[in-house]
Design a protein. Sequence first.
Length: 362
Amino acid sequence: MATFELKNVSKIYDGKVTAVQNINLAADDGELVVLVGPSGCGKTTVLRMIAGLEEITEGELIIDGKIMNDVPPKDRDIAMVFQNYALYPHMTVYENMSFGLRLRKVSKNEIDKRVMNAAGILGLENLLNRKPAALSGGQRQRVALGRAIVRNPKIFLFDEPLSNLDAKLRTQMRAEILKLHRELQATMVYVTHDQIEAMTLGDKIVVLNEGKVQQIGKPLELFDKPVNKFVAAFIGTPSMNFIEGKIERNGDYVFVGETGSFRLKFNIHNYDKLKTYVNQSVVLGFRPEDIKLSENETEIKAVIEFMETLGSEIILYLKIDDVSVTGKINMVTDLKPGGKISIEINENKLHFFDSTTKQRIN
């Protein structure tokens, strides 16, 4: 397997359109790195520069200590799995999986050994004589994975490989890719716009927006300590709640919403940096999971606007005076739209962001 590093990498089209700006990223041997962000953020461009399908305008790509900027794609020892499978319709599964090896003049015995090994890993043994038209979407994606595996590359690249599958198949294929990663102990770079996919798969997650890295970290680091409002909003389902307001102190520290209708007392010892923000504008964030129902009448009063029942959980869309927030709680059968409830917000799980820079304060 391999290590790789991107050092100050940028991609500029026609000398004026910057798609990717000053990317710095390193992956250890055997690490699964996920690039995640909204459409147009530059994640696929980064992947294509690693593969050699896009030239690097500025900076360096280093694989196993060697600068690879000018090395042709075929000599980088990288395998790429595409969103649309890219299978040859006139070839069988076996022929599709072995095609690249045959181009490289690998011996027939070695080809057979590698194809059968990959087919065993992916459960394709009984499908080797079928053509792509006779396969389901999930089976086609397995064939695309198998074609990458047989090459035994230094690095696997995945460009939104599950986006064409339905929800159930995506869940199954995520498990397949995790299993594959454990078995091969391979270095992998995976691109997705789906933050659930990113959180499920990644050893390391790179959040991109507008061509720039916003944060790099382990899944729980991004969830618990987002460095800015963008990451806080992008990671987590449902999205984090945000309320504009300011910090006041009258004995206790209190966050007060812009209109004054939302007030939340909190323990300043958990948020020391906020002491310099008294009487200044900030953005309060809290996750739907950190709201819970309360029987204490002195707690925050809310009205249920509507709700989504998800079996063991309920998503509540609440109105607190003129402020809308979302909660995610365990199933409760006697709740209904229009109902009034009391809620608590976990004061140990609050997030505060600078109103101007949108950077995390605490």
